[in-house]
Design a binder for this molecule. Sequence first.
Ligand code: FEO
Length: 161
Amino acid sequence: MINKTVEIAINDHIKHELYSAYLYLSMSAWAESNNLPGAAHWLQAQFNEEQGHALKLFHYVNEQGGRVTLQAISQPPGEWTSLLDLFQQVLEHEKKVTALINRLYEAAAQEKDYATQIMLQWFISEQVEEEQSAAQIVETLKMVGNAGHAVVMMDRHLAAR
Ligand code: FEO
């Protein structure tokens, strides 16, 4: 049976993962409307991944005999000034998620919930990858600049995800 404090904290985090999905879907809509189909594709793949993260926690709570309680998801922003601005926001968002995962791990440790700590190790590794891939895109976008042809090349690169 799952610890009640941990159950509440995981339920809260399911909302954050679903908000991440919602944010990336909104970013994808922005990319579509700005003729950046590669970026739109990358962001939709990210939308799918975030739903997978939420479901992983959803199934874990159920497997541990807990109760999933879904919460309201906030409206995400819908406008960005450039592709670089958008990916800088992706990176900032992932840093926030990393901090939330760390806090969740700390809650599980405090409650001596070892099973949840083991489950969360996957998320800790995943966050390292998520931050790394967003940071790489930000650095490349800074290097190539905002000229039309550079953004088109970057968009083609993002389409390969
Ligand atoms: Fe599920 Fe991008 O954190």
